[in-house]
Design a protein around this ligand. Structure first.
Ligand code: BDR
Ligand code: CA
Length: 317
């Protein structure tokens, strides 16, 4: 059984990734930690509880984490995920924040990873603030992990938030820098370009959400806002190469669940630009090995779309 710890800023694609993990066989979710990002930390906590409620898995512990980046001003992605992070489709009977654990996310992360040393696969689909704090509080945190899967960064200097910055890295560049500086466990990265090179067709999207289940109806409702943005936004369309949609966070989750989903990696050290006027938050690939870093990351290059789509389909069954 794979033991997962999931760190999210629960927007629509985080919800998709969580639902994928909940549906996967042989996966145990040890906890879900929340962090600022797509929306406020309170909304993130609420959204995770809503997803767990729909999936009837409210027994999974949820922890509240950092409410702002380490140094940068806060960003959010309300223009894409809706102001509340889940398409502004409220649930009047959503579980209350009293279900969030008293223990803070960063402490919970360190505790869980220490209790299950060498066994936890951490999937981070959000700004890396919680992870960076965990590394600073417990420098042995990365080496206690089995593996780390990140949705974030870029590999062809194309951003989706700034010219060269993907949202999760642009939202807290210092955090991304710290995490990638100190990683010592196998680290797998699903960049913005990896996701956009493997976009899903709108036909797939409809057959996915038209499944006759409560989970699929929930998805259709929370995804409606983003679908309108995708349809109407020329720049967004150009960025992903025509019609289609991306479930960014699900690409990282799928790789964590089934290693066969990724068919090729670029293996090299990576880092994050912190000071460039145009490039702050950009991930850089050290393919020439000039940084002489001991640890290399696995930057995802190609994806088995069929396997990926099967995992997505199962998420809404
Ligand atoms: C990432 O940014 C967020 O808006 C998504 O949830 C995803 O984690 C994509 O750049
Ligand atoms: Ca996310």
């Amino acid at each position: 059984t794979k033991k997962l710890l999931i760190d999210v800023d629960c927007g629509v694609d985080d919800a998709q990734a969580i639902m994928m993990a909940l549906a996967a066989p042989d996966v145990q979710i040890l906890g879900i930690t929340c962090v600022h990002g797509n929306t406020s930390i309170d909304n993130v906590c609420k959204n995770v509880l809503r997803v767990l409620k729909i999936c009837k898995r409210l027994e999974i512990p949820v922890f509240r984490g950092a409410s702002a980046p380490i140094l940068s001003d806060s960003l959010n992605a309300g223009h894409f995920h809706g102001e509340d992070g889940l398409g502004d489709f409220p649930d009047p009977e959503a579980p209350g924040l009293d279900l969030i654990h008293k223990e803070r996310a960063v402490e919970a992360m360190i505790r869980i990873v220490t209790e299950h040393e060498g066994q936890v696969c951490l999937v981070a689909t959000a700004p890396l603030t919680n992870l960076a704090l965990a590394v600073k509080i417990d420098p042995s945190f990365p080496e206690k992990l089995k593996s780390l899967f990140i949705m974030g960064g870029n590999m062809e200097s194309r951003g989706n938030t700034t010219i060269c910055g993907e949202f999760n890295f642009a939202a807290d560049p210092e955090a991304a820098y710290i995490v990638l500086k100190d990683y010592v466990c196998p680290t797998y990265i699903a960049t913005w370009e990896y996701t956009s090179h493997h976009k899903l067709s709108l036909d797939f999207c409809h057959s996915w959400m038209d499944q006759n289940t409560e989970k699929a109806r929930f998805m259709k409702n929370i995804f409606a806002y983003s679908m309108e943005v995708i349809k109407g936004d020329r720049i967004k369309k150009e960025m992903i190469g025509g019609d289609g949609f991306l479930s960014c966070d699900s690409y990282a989750m799928a790789a964590a669940i089934d290693e066969k989903v990724v068919t090729e990696y670029i293996e090299c050290a990576v880092s994050v630009e912190l000071s460039g006027k145009l490039t702050r938050g950009m991930m850089v690939l050290d393919t020439l090995d000039l940084l002489k870093k001991k640890h290399k990351a696995f930057v995802m290059k190609t994806c088995d779309l069929e396997k990926f789509q099967c995992l997505l389909m199962a998420a809404l069954k």
